[in-house]
Ligand binder design. Structure first.
Ligand code: SF4
Ligand code: SF4
Ligand code: FES
Length: 284
């Protein structure tokens, strides 16, 4: 017999699930109520699968299955992120018994609030990946020949870098950040796909880059090969929407599922960009 989750007085017969749905980009959202039979040890992904099997709301209306994203099912890919009872988190690691212990009446599922909805709980996280491009969050390679072992990484550096390397680009830190505002553009009549894409990227590049990208810039600037692009990363962080746009509200660090020390990265980036600005001034 599986033990009862602390806080859950008794196992309910049914679980009420309220879902904020949207049929397509830019369309009006609406709420739908579903009721599924309780089973122990469900996660939110299984709840969505049970709802898809039923394909009926609580009022008996036949509805299309709810759309959502997922990949790894073990809190590694970040793609299943959504708002669960108002909190941004991964649906694969959101355990239903724990959610019911906090609120036995219902589970509320909504798409992330800072990214355009594609359909239902699926959002377009292109801006998140664009931010990583803005800060060149990678180790540059200048050939594919075997160049032998890379430079040895000191233990202190490894310990500083490892937590930052766990970022899974889930977007929780962006959804919770008061400085990261939603950007949702629509393609104009007669505008080509290329022109729309260009306009969208320009608009992303004016917005706040976000805690994840600042932290990844610090990770790669602290890597023996990655630091070849350190100056370019700092220049990106000194530009519009860079580290100065952070209001230090610290929401990011409190929602990061990987407990990445984001505010430490932001403080490091602040110091590094100040030094870079002074260096630029003397180099004039
Ligand atoms: S500390 Fe900066 S990045 Fe983090 S939530 Fe606050 S404003 Fe956003
Ligand atoms: S820093 Fe944390 S919250 Fe932000 S994208 Fe990476 S894993 Fe997600
Ligand atoms: S499915 Fe990959 S993090 Fe949830």
């Amino acid at each position: 017999m599986i033990a009862l989750e602390p806080g859950l007085k008794k196992r309910p017969e049914y679980i009420n699930v309220r879902v904020r749905r949207q049929d397509g980009p830019g369309m009006e959202p609406y709420w739908e109520l579903h009721k599924i039979k309780y089973e122990p040890e469900l996660n939110v992904i299984t709840v969505l699968q049970r709802i898809a099997q039923q394909a009926k709301t609580v009022d008996g209306n036949v509805v299309a299955p709810i759309a959502w994203d997922c990949g790894c099912l073990e809190e590694v890919c970040g793609s299943c992120t959504m708002l669960i009872n108002g909190r941004v988190r991964q649906s694969c690691s959101a355990l239903v018994d724990r959610l019911l212990a906090d609120n036995a009446d219902e589970i509320v599922l909504e798409p992330m609030s800072k990214f355009p909805v594609i359909r239902d709980l699926m959002v377009d996280r292109q801006r998140l990946f664009r931010s990583l491009q803005r800060v060149k969050a990678w180790v540059p390679v200048d050939s594919y020949f075997n160049l032998g072992a890379g430079e040895r990484i000191l233990r202190d550096t490894q310990e500083q870098n490892y937590p930052l390397s766990q970022c899974m680009s889930c977007g929780c830190c962006l959804d919770a950040c008061p400085q990261f505002n939603k950007i949702e553009l629509t393609q104009n009549d007669g505008e080509s796909d290329e022109a729309f894409e260009k306009r969208k990227l320009e608009s992303f590049d004016e917005g706040f880059v976000g805690a994840h990208a600042i932290s990844q810039a610090m990770l790669f600037n602290n890597h023996p090969t990655g630091k070849a692009l350190a100056g370019e990363r700092l220049e990106a962080l000194m530009g519009p929407g860079g580290v100065a746009a952070c209001g230090n509200a610290q929401n990011c660090v409190s929602v990061c599922p990987k407990e990445i020390p984001l505010t430490t990265s932001i403080a490091r980036a602040g110091r590094a960009t100040t030094i870079q600005a002074v260096k630029n001034w003397f180099d004039k």
